[in-house]
Design a binder for this molecule. Structure first.
Ligand code: BG6
Length: 513
């Protein structure tokens, strides 16, 4: 992660960010507000320039006006600051497949470099649907835009968004394609959950304290629940969402990244490679569910009214809610059920990781209801951020009765703006060349390996698609009736054996690091 020393150096790195598809939603909602916020905090490199690339016919002043309009929607907009920020912005009209437009882009980048008298570092952000990736990569390469000036200066990097592929096969193809043009160290795969303060705090909670880490295993942990419950629906994103569904939208990436952070082994250091390798290692231990496991522990549902949203197919079978169970084939976590649950319009916002500890045995608690005496640690992302720890103490009085106590360090975040804090952090790290908070190819593949069998079984209708009333807890209550704590069926299966082999291979490669 970017250290204070790197932070200073970052200010002196001349950086040009090129955004392909700049007039789309991604720039308006995430990238532009994040960049503007970094600018206002004084956290952009002193020499920073943004080039927007899109097929829209705009002049540079019109583009600046467009960006101003986008930023004016932000709560704390400041017109003077915005005018200053727009001083570092230019525009290149072009289509993604036209070589001439890339030559013009190269000229534009050269003008910026000549003005500064340096060879700047260049970042290419693909804010476009994945079907355009191939054309853009090819043109970037043939136009010479990806060439560095020398080994010391003018690096080039590429930023791509999730979902990275639609399944393992397409993710692999995308990787092969990227591999033709870029090295892994140049590729920044965004998962904004990795940029969340609380996601990063998981590692501090675990590895900067000696409080819970010793009991952080199947010896003491009974189950883990990872939740991303939303109030929001799919409005305005119908056609994108309908082709993706909840599991691919947030399960394959965000929830599994939280799982990785909660269950990974100690990385030994804060080095980017070490952390990414540990995340990948534990994700490779996910046991891909077999048909029986999917039938019993992979629920899906859709809220009523969803099919009426613009862009959604009238007979759509896309899930807007899921709850699935995962097991890890690792000595530390074998047998501990981990549920991943998310949905739209669930009537409540709750984003958290809950770790439930086993009831102590023997226990200093009344025998008749002893089973309830469990500790709980909650790592909360929303609505409040922070940690809470539940434990039992003696109730004051003559008798030896128990009472539940909660220690919590939870804070409100009234200034939360969806995506902005995370994108600020991710852009900042990408400028600095720190890949810690970006998913590696090994992680992406491991996540698809777990999710693919579920999606395939759902497609084959192995699990009926339930319906729930939007803005109620109906889906959550129905799912709560399932026994999520039953043992895993397939820990002895071929897939589990394969995941054990992966584990051994990873351990060997970690030793050689
Ligand atoms: C995005 C999904 O990646 O994450 C959205 O595409 C989802 O559907 C969002 O709403 C949730 O992110 P956050 O930061 O609001 O929890």
């Amino acid at each position: 992660m970017v250290s204070r020393k790197n932070e200073k150096a970052l200010k002196n790195i001349p950086t040009v960010l090129v955004i392909f598809g700049v007039t789309g939603d991604l720039t308006a909602k995430k990238i532009a507000p994040a960049l503007f916020s970094l600018f206002r905090q004084g956290d952009l490199p002193e020499m920073f320039h943004l080039v927007g690339f899109s097929r829209r016919s705009l002049t540079a002043p019109e583009f600046r006006q467009y960006i101003t309009g986008v930023l004016a929607k932000q709560k704390d907009f400041d017109a003077d600051e915005c005018a200053k920020f727009c001083g570092a912005i230019s525009y290149q009209r072009g289509t993604f497949e036209n070589a001439g437009d890339y030559r013009a882009l190269r000229e534009e980048l050269k003008r910026v470099d000549d003005r500064w008298g340096v060879c700047s570092n260049k970042l290419f952000y693909l804010a476009v649907p994945p079907e355009y990736y191939e054309g853009i990569f090819k043109e970037l390469k043939t136009s010479g835009l990806t060439k560095t000036c020398s080994n010391e200066e003018g690096w080039t990097r590429v930023l791509v968004e999730k979902p990275f592929g639609e399944n393992l096969a397409t993710a692999q193809r995308l990787d092969e394609l990227l591999g033709e043009f870029f090295q892994e160290s140049q590729i920044y795969r965004i998962d904004h959950y990795l940029g969340k303060e609380m996601a990063q705090s998981i590692l501090t909670f675990r590895f900067a304290n000696n409080l819970a880490e010793k009991s952080w295993s199947n010896e003491c942990v009974e189950s883990i629940n990872i939740r991303l419950w939303e109030n929001l629906g799919v409005e305005h994103r119908g056609s994108f969402y309908d082709g993706v569904g909840a599991l691919r939208d947030v399960g394959q990436n965000h929830l599994l990244q939280l799982l990785a952070l909660v269950t990974m082994e100690h990385p030994g250091s804060l080095a980017s490679d070490a952390i990414r390798a540990r995340r990948a290692e534990v994700l490779q231990m996910l046991i891909p569910p077999d048909a029986r496991e999917v039938r019993t522990a992979a629920l899906r549902a859709q809220y009523s009214g969803y099919q009426g949203i613009t862009g959604v197919r009238k007979s759509s079978e896309t899930e807007t809610y899921f709850k699935v169970r995962a097991f890890l084939d690792s000595p530390r976590w074998r047998g501990v059920p981990i549920t991943l649950e998310s949905g739209k319009r669930l009537g409540e916002v709750k984003k958290e990781v809950e770790i439930i500890f086993k009831h102590p045995d023997p226990c200093f608690c009344p025998p008749h209801d002893a089973a309830q005496y469990k500790n709980r640690v909650v790592i909360a992302l929303e609505p409040k951020e922070g940690f809470s720890v539940e434990f039992w103490s003696k109730k004051p009085g003559l008798k030896f009765d128990m009472q539940r106590e909660v220690f919590d360090a939870l804070r409100e975040n009234p200034n939360r703006r969806q995506y902005v804090e995370e994108y600020k952090k991710l852009l900042w790290d990408a400028f600095a060349g720190d890949q810690t908070l970006f998913a590696s190819t090994a992680e992406v593949r491991a996540m698809w390996r777990f999710v693919d069998p579920i999606i395939n079984a759902w497609k084959a209708n192995a699990v009926p698609l339930a319906s729930y009333k939007p803005d109620t807890a109906e889906a959550l209550l129905a799912a709560a009736k399932v026994n999520w704590y039953a043992p895993c069926h397939n820990s002895g299966s071929a897939t589990a054996r394969k995941s054990r082999r992966n584990l051994a291979r990873n351990k060997r490669s970690l030793k050689h690091r």
